[in-house]
Design a protein around this ligand. Structure first.
Ligand code: GLN
Length: 446
């Protein structure tokens, strides 16, 4: 597949025939990465996750409950793409309401990993990552609440970037956990991620959490020769599989050889990351998902009275979504609010402070993205086991930081291993510069 940079030099006729080719290849390939092939017309085609509104397209967040719902307006990221010569092309499969790490909970069925059709592509933006890695999309948008861009990118051997919270508008993104959600690019390489990030980042009056800090384009300032100070968190890495620890150690050597300074740090609060995230995220999710009542959006399953209609309609949510609604209601309930929700908010501050302390001495932090490579489809039965697989990604959302995941190695079965570079809030430039330097020196081949 041509890169995003190359696609920007193509004529509209060439791009039109590329779309026809992508659709045919996607249909015969069997990855189940696309759930639809709608197009907004001229411009470089970008695949869009099924939780981002594109005017007049169906938008269902991978859920049965939103069947039949058509978006009445464009998300701000879609307006931004159109203004910069891009178009929306195709809907990417995802875990229902972006809750998951495998893309197995979608109403549209499981998406497969292009590196092994018995492997999950990761989640929740698994459709976006599988399509980019499988050569059936030039680039895609995903959303990342606790890793959903970076982790599928790592499992599929492509690049995924979560911007700083507030750098990209959430207007028109179906909310999962509003204080954590960010839209970002999934691409074939680091430069393409920078191009797509520049295209979508903006101020936006329609999203009050969008930052008003000055926005400087990263692509034109990309500098892989910049020497950076990169922190490695020794106590953290030891929980990953041996293959991932080996890839991490090799990457540290490559970064040193490229002239970066490595500093060794520890983090004390990482053992609280998963609990904190799953309290904050489910509390916000339960509030956000209260709107799906059969009256205002999508599917309605009538009952004998209003309450029964609510109940019948909400029974359409899948198991994982129901589990999170129950957990969220529990942590917000009067008797437990202080013990769980308020405490989690306090720990969230400690986690952010710990990152900030490291960033007093370092420009970037190098971290695994996931403790293992992509697991086999159907192999995770215990929800807690799945939550644990988010251990390396969720703290970054709790702290609101930018991070980019890129492939650095493969395991003995040929499954990709990704690592992430985490940056200071609003310093996307350092993240992209460091990632480009690493991409240029690590010699990863597809
Ligand atoms: N796996 C995490 C969860 O299920 C992250 C999902 C996401 O980033 N949308 O909450």
């Amino acid at each position: 597949m041509i890169t995003l940079k190359e696609a920007l030099t193509k004529s509209n006729e060439e791009l039109e025939s590329l779309k026809v080719e992508m659709e045919a290849k996607a249909k015969e390939g069997g990855l189940n990465a696309y759930i639809d092939f709608s197009s907004t017309g001229e411009g470089v085609p970008i695949l869009i996750k099924d939780n981002i509104q594109v005017k007049d397209w169906s938008v269902t967040s991978g859920s049965q409950i939103l069947q039949g719902y058509v978006a009445p307006y464009n998300a701000t990221v879609i307006e931004n793409l159109k203004a910069k010569g891009f178009s929306a092309f195709g809907r990417a499969n995802m875990d229902e309401f972006a809750m998951g790490s495998t893309t197995e909970s979608s109403f549209y069925g499981v998406t497969k990993n292009p590196y092994g059709d018995d492997r999950v592509p990761g989640g929740s933006s698994g459709g976006s990552a599988a399509a980019v890695a499988g050569g059936i999309a030039i680039a895609a948008l995903g959303s990342d609440t606790g890793g959903s861009i970076r982790q599928p990118a790592a499992y599929c051997g492509c690049v995924g970037m979560k911007p700083t919270y507030g750098r990209v508008s959430r207007f028109g993104l179906a909310s999962y956990a509003s204080s954590l959600d960010q839209i970002g690019p999934i691409t074939q390489n680091v430069e393409d991620a920078a191009i797509l990030y520049d295209a979508i980042a903006s101020h936006d009056e329609k999203d009050s959490t969008c930052s008003t800090l000055e926005l400087t384009p990263v692509t034109e300032n990309l500098n892989p020769d910049r020497k950076l100070t990169i922190a490695v968190i020794d106590n953290y890495v030891s929980e990953a599989s041996q293959d991932i620890q080996d890839a991490y150690a090799k990457t540290v050597e490559v970064l040193k050889e490229a002239g970066h300074t490595i500093v060794h740090k520890n983090m004390a609060n990482t053992k609280y990351d998963i609990a904190t995230y799953y309290i904050v995220a489910t509390a916000e999710a339960t509030t956000n998902l209260a709107r799906y009542d059969g009256i205002r959006y999508g599917k309605r399953v009538e009952g004998g009275n209003l309450e029964e209609t609510f109940r019948n309609t909400r029974a359409q949510f899948g198991d994982e979504v129901k589990r999170r609604i129950m957990l969220g209601n529990f942590v917000l309930s009067a008797g437990y609010y202080d013990a769980y929700y308020v405490k989690a908010q306090k720990v969230r501050h400690l986690i952010r402070d710990e990152f900030n302390a490291i960033f007093e001495e370092a420009d970037l932090i190098l971290s695994p993205v996931a403790p293992t490579v992509a697991p086999k489809i159907g192999s995770i039965h215990d929800p807690l086991e799945m939550y644990k697989s988010d251990m390396y990604t969720i703290a970054i959302n709790l702290a609101g930081l930018p991070a980019l995941s890129l492939p650095v190695a493969k395991d003995a079965q040929g499954m990709p291993i990704g690592l992430q570079l985490i940056g200071k809030a609003f310093n996307e430039q350092a993240v992209f510069d460091g990632a480009l330097s690493l991409e240029n020196t690590i010699n990863y081949t597809k």
